[in-house]
Design a protein around this ligand. Sequence first.
Ligand code: PHE
Ligand code: ZN
Length: 854
Amino acid sequence: MNDAAPNAAPQTFYLKDYKPFGYEVESVKLTFQLSPNATKVHSAIRFSPKADAEDNRFFLHGEQLSLISAKIDGTPVTARLVDGGLECDVPRTSFLWEAEVEIDPAANTALEGLYMSKGMYCTQCEAEGFRKITYYPDRPDVMSTFTVRIEGDEPVMLSNGNPTGAGEGWAEWHDPWPKPAYLFALVAGDLVNHPGSFTTKSGKDVELNIWVRPGDEGKCAFGMEALKKSIKWDEDVYGLEYDLDLFNIVAVDDFNMGAMENKGLNIFNSSCVLASPETSTDANFERIEAIIAHEYFHNWTGNRITCRDWFQLCLKEGLTVFRDAQFTADMRSEPVKRIEDVIALRARQFPEDGGPLAHPPRPEEFQEINNFYTATVYEKGAEVIGMLKRLVGDDNYYKALKLYFERHDGQACTIEDWLKVFEDATGRDLSQFKLWYSQAGTPRVKVSEDYADGTYTLTFEQSTPPTPGQPEKAPRVIPMAVGLLSPNGDEVRATEVLDLTEAKQSFTFEGLASKPVPSILREFSAPVILERETTNSERAFLLAHDTDPFNRWEAGNALAKEVRVAMVLDGAAPDAAYLDALEKLVRDDEQDPAFRALVLSPPSQSDIAQTLHERGHTPDPQKIYDAAETFTQTLAQQLETSLPRLYAATTVEGPYVPDADGAGKRALNGRILSLLTRLDGGEQAARQYASADNMTQQYAALAALMKAEKGEAQSKAFFEQWQDDRLVMDKWFALQIACAAPEATAATAKELTQHPLFSMKNPNRFRAVMGALAGNHAGFHHASGAGYQLLAENLIALDSVNPQTTARMCAAFQTWKRYDSERQAQIQAELERILATSGLSRDTHEMVSRMLSA
Ligand code: PHE
Ligand code: ZN
């Protein structure tokens, strides 16, 4: 064992320090002798020194390993164990390194490296987990081919690539594609497969499998269809074909993240692959389809072309998120997907970018890379690619991507490589655009307008508030999609993309008969905050008339925010004109149900808090909660006479199909049911609960009843029905906390941590409870401080079990500077308490220190 004491001064890694490894790794052969507490790993690695190496130190990463023996070319050698790995004197010519180590997968609750989940062996190596399996240059720019032999008595034993042999107690695999160690995977256990197949465009037959624990076979069909659609889509849209004879997906219950793109052997959190109409909601189905696509798309964007170092993480993640969003838009509804993504971006990325954890999509330093799998790297990383595509146009985008795959296949690349491909393909200079990768913070764009003699002028002023370590910001390239409407609602100028490049810039439109109504930032063409003085009647006009569906929703959303802000700040009554506009829209059967459901979904309370904060007010969570309640109650009353008809008209009859169409209708129906439940004492919801044959409707009914405090019997029945289904139980845990009143939230969550089915070892269950606590805005931020305290206690308890999940969940405190001084003092005390915990992980230490120091 050679672990550094994690609380000692943590090491910081810098992008500017990058140096290539001094050795080529020609081949890797691994042999595993599986045993829960004492797995032996034998490695045989052929190294050859690089002639031009700047640095020929032979250092192999290794953590939590017991070294049994080491040899070079068959002769035992003595390796020096150093901080984080080992060093050894090695020949100046090609040599075979062999090592035997012992590891303890059953004791591995951090779920990184080789670990056990419900009796099954599995691995997670990204980002730096391979070093917990054996000594290796565990960095993404070291790529090699892997041959793996697994010895053990598990019925199914899988690794990357293609199977090359198997017998009683052993299986061998070979992956012909050179890969970094973070893409290594091994799975062994009692598993059953749901098979499928795909013939690629060049006529190659690929065997597909989804592997699950016995009992879950019935939840694989949807995932398999999603996989086939993904393979086809990547061929059709990007011309990219699958490159092995076999593609395996495995579902595991204990997993820190959503899923992992290991070459030919994707490993999924079971919540992101298992689906059935009885146990999964429409939202689950959509998410599963997207994640399967995401991991599959990584085969080219991540695996065939990987990252030079972890600072470049958004090279693979931003691009792959962008690709999976394109896929979902094609499979479902483009505007709905865009609206959902912008809601998520504002809920998760904007607070990150505006708080103590702000960092650019390509960070320049880190202590623990696991802390940088963030909304900024993923979602903002994808937004940056969307902007690039808008700037160069669709044809140029695909031309550049083609060049990227031709030029860099098999390489470990940087953001510079990526941008160079666009420069070469289009002739455009992207040096200013590159600021999006290096500057943190969300730009604010102030818009003013002027109209005289048929000429309309829009003036934009951009600025970005300081972020940690970046006090000054330079102006960026911002693609601003703009259309103009005439006062009677006709579009007088179709969408045009204005390229903002200066701090202040004007654009004119000539020949207009009257002053137009501008529709700005169409499709949310850049991840910025727009600041514009406008009236609620203009917003209502755009909600009714904008020809860009995103901006139509956006107008309604902005209006909803204004109304809520006025209610919170001035105690105003809900705006009557807005209620009328909503009523009109809800009753308009010509409109897409999914769109109506989105317009009917109020901005989140956290979003209102963020808006108040941006405008210089201190948000009061209880007041925000009260305004939300009053608003919803008033809306329900306004719609009272039409609710039963609307409910009936939007109820989807017939067998459940998880498609976009049905999902949109059920989403609207669910919104209407929740309004109706406020007026009818829960009668309709109880009927729906009793008759529902799918989880979407069962869950919608339960949620409506619980929110109205009328769901006690149904909650009990739900538990009885589903107690053996761990994914449905996660919903049951979370829903009770999400529906609790502010003063009862922490107590409800605390009680649930005492429930026999609560567990620190299962990240999904921990997140169900603690994530729901942090997500109940008024409950978490209740003046008592009980929410803060409960979360901190549980994070402290989890840290020694699973640092990665602990550190991620610490981010629940990142918005702390928004609130009043009492709440800030309470949170600060909790953060300091976490930081003072002895033996605190490097992961959590970094997150908490960043939040405290900003
Ligand atoms: N690379 C994975 C994805 O984006 C996410 C992941 C990161 C999973 C780290 C596990 C550990 O698909
Ligand atoms: Zn990814």
